[in-house]
Design a protein around this ligand. Structure first.
Ligand code: F6R
Length: 364
């Protein structure tokens, strides 16, 4: 039942404040009570963490890597499951591995899980479906509690995966003693404030995104740029746009611009720059200036502080509330998802069932 929405994808985008509230209630309570989310998963003693997944779930894992490394000082090895399982990575049996999957049935992710299990690693599953193969074969299950996701393009599962990974990273940081108790409390407070901010953003940005989407639907190629956790988000934005609107899109680390993609810059390829006002902002702005100097059109997705700080004349600027770094990836997911959605609606594609794609990929 789509309710008042035209597509399941739209409904699922708007369900995010509630879904995130739900998943946080589960995990944040555990952190606040000083309990490990799952006692059998001992973050304190592992030398490193391996993460593997496919598509959007992989991009969530990539953002998780930044968090585990930054907050918990835990080295993370991550790859797409179809490479991970064949790379013959030298993994220590003392390590743990996380597999992220909405469906819990993705063939390559399941094969990567079995590979790590055979090596003796402790296995954690970040899944939406607790009845799935990936959940069944794991030692510890971290449910994302997103509820059914019908749209083929993943939206609420992505942000709920991020919420779980953030909670796990904070909990790992606490057990490893790499953050102070005050820092833990601040991180938890920021996470807890997320549903309200998401609701405000969803209530306010749609008209602007629709106008922008109408414009975007006229282009054949789009480049997304970001730094830090905004880099995986740039790749997620590009993935979302290509899979439902069929517009060719690429996501790049902003710093890689001059190592190749800058050759493509012209007025016919809009560049969507994801740049919250964080410690990378000035660097990303200088990449934006390089784009503008070559006649490229910039769509800046930033926050109130970033909008004030940037002097650049953009094709369009989407302004979000300024939020703490730990929740920025979830908040910035919203305009990224809505932009892909409305662009696809303008293109007249089958948004919930894009061509050639399946919700669950059980073949390799
Ligand atoms: C993109 C998308 C896919 C899935 C990927 C993994 O919007 O939905 O990239 O993320 O096929 O699927 P799961 O999470 O079920 O393993």
């Amino acid at each position: 039942n789509k309710g008042k929405h035209r597509h399941f994808m739209e409904k699922e985008i708007y369900e995010q404040p509630e879904a995130i509230g739900h998943v946080l209630a589960h995990y944040v309570n555990l952190i606040e009570n000083c309990a490990d989310p799952v006692p059998s998963f001992d973050f304190a003693s592992i030398p490193s963490l391996a993460i593997s997944a496919c598509g959007t779930a992989y991009l969530a894992g990539l953002i998780g890597k930044y968090w585990f490394e930054r907050y918990a000082r835990l080295p993370v090895e991550i790859d797409v499951a179809s490479e991970f399982r064949y790379r013959e990575i030298p993994l220590s049996p003392q390590s743990a591995a996380l597999f992220i999957s909405q469906s819990g049935e993705t063939a390559d992710t399941l094969a990567s899980l079995r590979y790590c299990k055979k090596l003796g690693l402790k296995i954690g599953a970040v899944v939406n479906s607790a009845e799935s193969s990936i959940a069944r074969e794991a030692d510890a299950v971290f449910p994302i509690l997103a509820g059914p996701e019908i749209g083929v393009a993943s939206t609420k599962a992505f942000t709920c995966q991020l919420a779980v990974l953030a909670a796990l990273a904070i909990s790992a940081a606490r057990t490893r003693g790499t953050v102070t108790e005050n820092e833990v409390q601040a991180l938890v407070r920021n996470l807890a404030g997320m549903p309200r901010i998401m609701g405000e953003v969803l209530n306010s940005i749609q008209p602007k995104i629709e106008l922008l989407a109408r414009e975007l639907s006229r282009y054949r190629d789009v480049l997304y740029l970001g730094r830090g956790t905004s880099f995986p988000l740039a790749m997620e934005g590009a993935l979302k746009l290509k899979e439902i609107s069929y517009i060719h899109a690429e996501g790049y680390a902003a710093g890689e611009l001059k190592h190749g993609p800058i050759a493509l810059i012209d007025k016919d390829m809009p560049v969507i720059v994801i740049a919250p006002f964080d410690r990378f902002f000035n660097k990303t702005v200088s990449n934006m200036e390089e784009v503008a100097a070559r006649g490229g059109r910039v769509i800046l997705v930033t926050d109130e502080k970033g909008a004030t700080a940037s002097k650049l004349d953009t094709m369009n600027t989407i302004v979000l509330p300024a939020v703490d770094e730990i929740i920025a990836p979830m908040i910035f997911s919203l305009p990224i998802q809505l932009l892909a959605y409305h662009t696809a609606v303008f293109m007249g594609t089958d948004v919930d069932q894009p061509r050639n794609l399946a919700k669950s990929v059980t073949v390799e």
